[in-house]
Design a protein around this ligand. Structure first.
Ligand SMILES: [Zn+2]
Length: 66
């Protein structure tokens, strides 16, 4: 798992399928094998950034193995 925006790997886990990049302040939500990217507004609302990234960039690498 890494941030599709800054490629930083040390992203925080905030939920079962939710991650947060502290570097660019974006929320990453895992949906199947694809990542949805959201920008967190000051009022706490989420703005989708999916259009900003290509599907390939949002595809999750299966680096997790037992
Ligand atoms: Zn980032």
């Amino acid at each position: 798992m890494h941030c599709p925006n800054c490629m930083w790997k040390d992203i925080g886990k905030i939920g079962a399928n939710q991650y947060y990049c502290w570097k660019c302040c974006i929320e990453l939500v895992v949906k199947g094998s694809t990542l949805s990217v959201y920008q967190v507004e000051e009022d706490g609302s989420l703005v989708s950034l999916d259009d900003v990234f290509s599907e390939a960039e949002r595809c999750i690498e299966h680096e997790q193995s037992m």
